[in-house]
Design a protein around this ligand. Structure first.
Ligand SMILES: Nc1ncnc2c1ncn2[C@@H]1O[C@H](COP(=O)(O)OP(=O)(O)OP(=O)(O)O)[C@@H](O)[C@H]1O
Ligand SMILES: [Mg+2]
Length: 310
């Protein structure tokens, strides 16, 4: 059973279909990147998953519980971190955590323990004595994460948690999320900055104008878009000549010149690559560099979306 199963949800605002039959799932222990440009429908979808809004059609299951028929059970199982804080309360972080722990129904020693654990985990340390409104952006994100973890949810939904963080804070956030996934939690994290997610996400769901353009492992998406492996070849010859020679070989397609060399796709297996190299060298083409290019989240994203902002 998936930790999160989004089943064809649709949300319409007036005549705008902000979310249009969106489906994807996140397994326990998996980090899923929810990627799309501004206005794509990420926040709207996440709010529906978190029971803060209702879909006009479709359903979402969190740990098998429906947001429509069992919203309370869903809330107990998920932690949601919105992309903004409505207002930073004028109270010490410790009180803020205590308030949320009580709201989650934690009592007595289990509340004290839950607060101690999340403070330790997020590295808030002595900052718990500070007022929430006095925290820096990075520290506020940590406090926000601490709040979402208080009731030990099976699923975390984080809306743009890395926005506005400095590089070090980003690396630290990534490390925290990896630990949470290792503990078996499912994590759904949105962003439009791809490099932020590429290293930590097991899977991605790419959304644009309310519709899912692709979902699954980045390498699988890449394979579907470009089923043949891509190679970069450079020779001591003008790229025009190299491109021409490549096109004469069987299985070579979609060549483009790049960095003094040529990127091309090759149908077939490694022995076909070996045959290609042999043929080129036999023609006295002085090959100096050949390497396979690997799936890159940025390229996958750009090839899937045309950048339209809704
Ligand atoms: N309450 C609302 N009433 C009317 N339109 C809305 C409402 N909430 C969202 N929308 C519209 O739905 C679309 C999707 O918005 P959403 O906030 O889900 O996008 P997003 O992917 O989170 O974008 P961003 O990256 O900018 O946060 C947008 O066109 C937005 O204007
Ligand atoms: Mg948003």
């Amino acid at each position: 059973m998936s930790c999160l199963e989004v089943q064809s949800i649709t949300r319409v605002f007036d005549d705008l279909k902000a979310v249009d039959e969106v489906s994807f799932s996140v397994e326990a222990g998996q980090i899923c990147g929810f990627i799309g440009p501004n206005g794509a429908g990420k926040t709207t979808s996440m709010r529906i998953c978190a029971t803060l809004d209702l879909p006009d059609d479709g359903d979402v299951l969190v740990d098998g519980m429906s947001v429509l028929s069992h919203p309370r059970e869903v809330r107990r199982r998920l932690g949601f971190m919105p992309d903004y804080y409505a207002s930073e309360p004028n109270m010490p972080v410790a009180d803020y955590l205590d308030f949320h722990a009580r709201a989650q129904g934690l009592r007595g020693p289990s509340r004290t323990r839950a607060i101690r654990e999340v403070v330790e985990f997020t590295g808030l340390g002595d900052l718990v004595a500070k007022d929430c409104s006095a925290l820096s952006k990075g520290m506020r994100q940590r406090a926000g994460l601490a709040v979402t973890l208080l009731h030990d949810p099976a699923l975390l939904i984080l809306d743009e948690p890395a926005a506005g963080l400095d590089p070090r804070a980003r690396v630290e956030l990534r490390a925290l999320l990896s630990v949470l996934a290792e503990q078996g939690k499912g994590v759904l994290i949105s962003s439009h900055i791809l490099t932020e997610l590429s290293e930590i996400c097991d899977v991605v769901a790419v959304i644009e104008q309310g519709r899912i353009r692709a979902s699954g492992k980045v390498s699988d998406i890449q394979r579907r878009l470009q089923p043949d492996p891509l190679y970069f070849l450079r020779a001591l010859a003008p790229p025009d000549v190299v491109e021409q020679r490549l096109l004469e070989q069987p299985g070579v397609h979609a060549p483009r010149q790049q960095d003094q060399g040529v990127v091309f796709a090759l149908r077939g297996q490694e022995q076909d690559l070996a045959r290609l190299v042999h043929a080129l060298v036999a023609q006295d083409l002085p090959v100096v560099e050949l390497r396979q290019l690997h799936a890159d989240l940025e390229e996958v994203f750009l090839s899937l979306t045309d950048g339209k902002v809704q």
